[in-house]
Design a binder for this molecule. Structure first.
Ligand code: CMC
Length: 434
């Protein structure tokens, strides 16, 4: 981070020179790290809309142009030419592997696809109707108790082992959560299959019948995993970094990421988007819901629309729209009412002044649910699949955070607006209205 330029900030007639660091691409940053020590002021930025919390080399997004790149590679090229495991390698190691490195890496990951036998019993503690994300949060955290030989964050070998375990076991745990919720026996991983084929097999095969894995569906699964693998400092990734900054073990940090992802404004939006499309039900009802979305007094939002960073069409949604058509065509679904509503809703919203002015475009969650539903997943599994994919990005960021020499425990400050010193007992009965 070289800096030649400074921003000047005046507070009470005193001027502070704040270094400006150049980004290799995208927005430069103003370093305010010493501002509090020198001026006694904090900065205020709810939701961190103007705050870079770290320096990162992993993912680049240009929200205005609709660009997403992992380690410099365009997402479109990765989705077309790579599979998910190769992309996890790219995210963690920094560049695409050669053939030899890749085949060694496949083996290293597949060595960890099975879970400890005792962990299977862990599932019995959950209610059958538990949301699979609830199981995902719990079981991911529980890995800390099973893999105690990879908890030392100061040992690079243990850190790498933990990462491979997380990536390999995320899909096994996700599939087990699904099987548990539908009352079917767990299916053990099969290391002869690719990551996506193996996940489909663990979810859909049963002891009584063979499950034929379709290349088209496995490829769509890879595309979904690749597109969800990372997205720079989003809420769940920032949660993983913040949890990790205290020195917490990697499995606990990833569990924190899963919890953060679950919310409907983040990873939970794919389930919410599909449910919304089903509720709309028919093209003739779209205008009613567009009206609701624009009404300030209505909490309804178009799920799968809008993004904190993209002020253009989300490049992931563009790829998924094509994948969606391929999958439905392959399965032989000709007139899917949900897809029809989605395409028409998108068309209407993109011409509507409200959505144009606010730069609200379809995001990754708009089409992913339609594909996953066509493959056979219930809506509750959509966010689980997002979490499986994002485990790769979380892990890459966790590594980068630990290896960053300027890394400190994350400790935001606040603008205190509560009571000043108060005499004990004065407000006890009059002001406590809760
Ligand atoms: N439908 C209707 N209005 C919207 C929508 C929407 N989906 N999204 C934003 N707006 C309006 C919002 O009401 C606000 O209007 P105003 O300026 O008049 O108050 C304006 O647009 C800006 O919205 P914001 O909430 O301040 O923007 P944000 O950057 O904080 O939120 C978002 C981004 C993704 C949370 C939001 O667009 C949203 O809630 N979308 C629906 C949920 C969704 O699809 N989430 C998935 C995000 S992509 C997957 C991921 O990365 O996790």
């Amino acid at each position: 981070m070289k800096n030649k330029n400074f921003a000047k900030l005046s507070i009470n007639n005193k001027t502070y020179n704040l270094p400006i660091y150049k980004a290799s691409e995208g927005n430069d940053v103003i370093d305010i790290a010493k501002l509090f020590a020198e001026s006694g002021h904090f900065t205020y930025d709810p939701g961190f809309t103007s705050t870079a919390s770290c320096q990162s080399k992993i993912t680049y997004i240009d929200g205005d142009k609709g660009i997403l790149r992992y380690r410099g590679y365009d997402i479109e090229e990765l989705a077309k030419n790579s599979d998910f495991i190769e992309v996890t390698n790219l995210l963690i190691y920094g560049d695409l592997p050669n053939k030899k490195q890749l085949s060694k890496y496949y083996k290293l990951i597949s060595n960890h696809t099975m879970v400890h036998e005792q962990l299977l019993k862990f599932f019995n503690g959950f209610r059958r109707d538990a949301h699979p994300m609830a199981m995902m949060v719990g079981v991911m955290g529980a890995l800390s108790s099973f893999y105690q030989d990879s908890l030392d964050i100061n040992d690079p070998h243990q850190r790498m082992t933990a990462s491979r375990r997380i990536i390999a076991k995320a899909s096994s745990i996700g599939a087990m959560a699904y099987k548990y919720s539908i009352g079917q026996p767990f299916v053990q991983p099969n290391n002869k299959l690719s990551y996506s084929e193996n996940f489909l097999n663990m979810c859909f095969s049963v002891p009584a019948e063979e499950y034929k894995i379709s290349k088209v569906i496995a490829n769509a699964m890879d595309v979904i995993f690749i597109l969800h693998a990372d997205h720079e400092q989003n809420a769940s990734t920032s949660t993983v970094r913040l949890a990790g900054s205290s020195g917490a073990n990697p499995f606990a940090c990833i569990a924190a990421g899963v919890a953060s992802l679950w919310g409907p404004a983040h990873g939970g939006a794919n389930q919410a988007a599909l449910e919304m499309l089903k509720t709309i039900g028919h093209k003739k009802n779209i205008s009613k819901y567009i009206k609701k979305a624009k009404d300030k007094n209505d909490t309804f939002r178009l799920m799968g629309f809008g993004h904190r960073v993209y002020k253009n069409y989300d490049p992931r949604a563009k790829i998924l729209k094509q994948t969606c058509k391929k999958v439905l065509n392959h399965i032989g679904i000709k007139n899917d009412p949900v897809l029809e509503v989605a395409i028409e809703l998108e068309k209407i919203a993109l011409k509507d002044k409200y959505f144009i002015d606010k730069k609200l475009y379809p995001n990754v969650d708009f089409y992913s649910g339609i594909i996953l539903r066509a493959i056979g997943f219930p809506p509750e599994m959509f966010t689980v699949i997002f979490a499986i994919a994002r485990s790769a990005g979380w892990t890459a960021h966790w590594h980068e955070m630990i290896e960053d020499p300027v890394q400190k425990i994350g400790r935001p400050r606040q603008l205190y607006s509560g009571n000043k010193k108060t005499k004990y007992g004065v407000r006890r009965s009059t002001k406590n209205t809760r």
